[in-house]
Design a binder for this molecule. Sequence first.
Ligand code: AMP
Ligand code: GLY
Length: 429
Amino acid sequence: MVRRVLIIGSGGREYSLGLAVSRDSRVEKIYFAPGNGATEELGENISISDFQELADFAKKEEIDLTIVGPEKPLVDGVVDIFEKEGLAIFGASKRAAQLEGSKIFMKKFLQKYGIPTARFLETSSLEESYKFIETLTPPIVVKADGLCGGKGVIIAQSVEEAKKTAGDMLSGSLFGDAGKKIIIEEFLDGFELSVFAISDGKNYQILPPAQDHKRLLTGDKGPNTGGMGAYAPTPLATDELMEKIETKIIRPTLEGMAKDGNIFKGVLFAGLMVVNNEPYVLEFNVRFGDPECEILMPLIETPITDILYQATKGKLDEVDIQISKRYSVGVVMASEKYPYSSSQPAEIIVDEIVHSDLAENSHISYAGVSKEEGKLYATGGRVLVAIGLGDTIQEARDRAYMLCGQIHFAGKQFRTDIAYQALKDGEEK
Ligand code: AMP
Ligand code: GLY
């Protein structure tokens, strides 16, 4: 039984994992490494970053389950170190994490197993990139190979811009070493979906399909961000489409990874583009999405500790995973200067929520916050996610926005159209 849990990471995703774990009355203690100003309210923050030291800590503190939030520690091999010590840790191994760590690894893998994705060229040669760019019709997508905190993708509106971007990446001036190898790919024009599968290496469970909102501003304007809001399940993903996603993408990916000796345990996050009702892989991540995790956790009715623990043991088939029939909408509130630069710390005031309907069907998941003398401060970036739950998307969304109205900090910004694709023409699809 899982009594003591360690969560690695510091964002809203990790807060929401902690919140889900804390709902399990069998759990006695949650540690966050390093956590944020609000995770202290759910458990204890520790400041160990070295993986071996963290594994030693987990042993000493008799941690039953470690959950890894972000990609960086996965790509750097934290799971391998914990497993060598015989510790249960939920996340992808270093080898499996290459699916996210290297876009070229991912694209070659997709090609090998015939999994649908955009036509592409990988190269470190400027000349080759120019030649391929000339065969494409703009917009043209140029991606850096390595991890760039979600910012390694440029959508060029002309051949000239694509060439300039390729040059800037290859010279290292745009993303440093992460851009020394690049991928040029055709632009896919459709709608995006985030689909998550929890895998134990053999069995998997697909979670309700979500939609993120990557652009900063209402109306899908402004720069790309880590994600400004999400909702699930989205009616855009019909049963027929989900079936295709499972048989053409999720299953062959998990099977292919196993065949290649890179058994995938953890959460596979397929970032998809749906074009004419056909799904294509834009990217894989080997972790929960942020803010998708914040909106999915409240929809999982089975204790998350049971699901994730059994996944580490290869026994996901022994858990009866119950998913709520409700909808979840999350609105990200970010600091004034996000995503351009850091902002002044600003005190966060949350009005007392007197309406019981709102109090029972909404909550906050905190990310970029610190705590001083009992007060929470927004410290920049994405500060928090306001989450509403409901029997319809409209109801869930109304509650999320009502909650936003109760939250105050200087310079707060948020989109006012989260879930718009599900509510087009003012009615639910
Ligand atoms: P990625 O980091 O690969 O997910 O890309 C970030 C964002 O760029 C995606 O969420 C899409 O909005 C967009 N994008 C990436 N690749 C393509 C593509 N081939 N066609 C259209 N949009 C894309
Ligand atoms: N919300 C997208 C991501 O976590 O990458």
